[in-house]
Write a protein that binds this ligand. Structure first.
Ligand code: NAD
Ligand code: AKB
Length: 317
């Protein structure tokens, strides 16, 4: 039986992934951890929880040994916009944290899943239908840590046989926890503002296309890859996955199908716009489909309908 530890479990992905893993593997087989001493009100209250700062290797090792963890889901990281504001800290947490977690996985014989990102690509990458294997010269600190992380995970598999796996997630859209400071966050905030004020001012300009995915598809993909037959995995650590690609105008048009009075305006933030400009418009995820059967369910229309339905309940509007 698997015993799983999540780092960074109080973030956008961990909040929902922890719950899904507890349903699949049992409450007592999934340990959530994060740097925060307190679990906020919400779905993770009451389950196994430990404080783990991933830049402190002993804290990771102690928890892995305490619970005899077989699989580490490493989510602790700083995202792209925060990473540009605090590049030194992003290097320390994203690279230092991943190195520490890989070392503990090696020493304790645990497997490791950690997400990379569309941020692992850069302006010289082919922007449309970006292939699985292509040029990766990102121009953000977040992207640098994501490419290096992909390579480090490959290295630990090849050199030490650690069972490392991962996907390149696009921007994730969800209603349970707010996003943690990325470039794609607008595609979540727009739903809150649409329901509360019927308007949104976007920091990303019209015509800027980025890959996106609804959280249920991200959770399903993670769990599928965790259970995938290792014999069939050729790429292991950095599978392109995507579900849709849109710009703010296309998302607003879809929201107007449900809220006809919704209006979109722009106040472009040059930092996040530059980051978005350096990322692909759309990924080719055919390798993930072929190697482990990735198949998202939600397109733009289905995601928008469900987000608005769920957020209406959450916000009581
Ligand atoms: P998030 O910012 O919502 O959550 C990250 C969590 O890490 C937070 O709860 C934070 O408290 C924690 N953390 C920060 N520093 C820490 C430290 N030193 N030790 C332990 N915990 C620490 O991020 P997320 O969106 O849940 O992303 C999780 C992973 O998925 C990251 O590697 C991210 O790069 C990747 N990813 C996310 C997206 C997305 O759209 N959400 C897209 C692509 C890749
Ligand atoms: C971000 O915008 O930084 C993240 C990501 C795509 O990695 N959502």
């Amino acid at each position: 039986m698997k015993k799983l530890l999540l780092t960074g479990a109080l973030g956008q992905i961990g909040t929902e992934l922890t719950t899904a893993l507890r349903k699949a593997y049992g409450e007592n087989n999934v340990v959530a951890s994060d740097i925060h001493p307190e679990i906020p009100d919400g779905p993770l209250r009451g389950g196994l929880y430990e404080v783990v700062d991933v830049v402190k290797p002993k804290q990771i090792a102690d928890v892995v040994k305490k619970y005899q963890v077989t699989d580490i889901i490493h989510l602790a990281a700083l995202l792209s916009a925060v990473g540009e504001a605090k590049p030194h800290l992003a290097w320390e947490v994203n690279m230092g944290g991943l190195f520490n977690v890989l070392e503990v996985a090696r020493e304790c014989g645990a497997a490791l899943f950690t997400p990379s990102s569309i941020a692992a690509f850069g302006p010289s990458t082919p922007a449309d239908q970006t292939p699985q294997d292509t040029i990766q010269r990102p121009t953000t600190m977040y992207g640098v840590t994501k490419v290096a992380g992909e390579l480090l995970c490959d290295y630990y598999y090849l050199k030490y046989g650690v069972d490392t796996r991962g996907v390149r997630f696009p921007g994730l859209i969800s209603y349970e926890a707010l996003p943690g400071g990325g470039t794609t966050d607008y595609a979540v905030h727009i739903f809150y503002e649409a329901l509360k004020h019927q308007s949104y001012t976007s920091y990303i300009d019209r015509g800027t296309y980025m890959d996106m995915m609804y959280m249920p598809d991200a959770i399903k993909a993670t769990m599928q890859l965790l259970e995938a037959d290792p014999q069939k995995l050729i790429h292991r650590n950095a599978f392109n996955v995507t579900a849709m690609s849109f710009d703010p105008e296309a998302l607003a048009a879809e929201i107007r199908q449900h809220i006809p009075t919704f209006s979109l305006s722009y106040k472009v933030d040059p930092v996040r716009q530059n980051i978005a400009n350096s990322w692909p418009n759309s990924l080719d995820d055919s390798v993930a489909r072929a190697e482990w059967g990735f198949k998202p369910e939600y397109d733009l229309a289905a995601m928008t309908k469900d987000m608005l339905t769920q957020l209406k309940i959450k916000l009581k509007v």
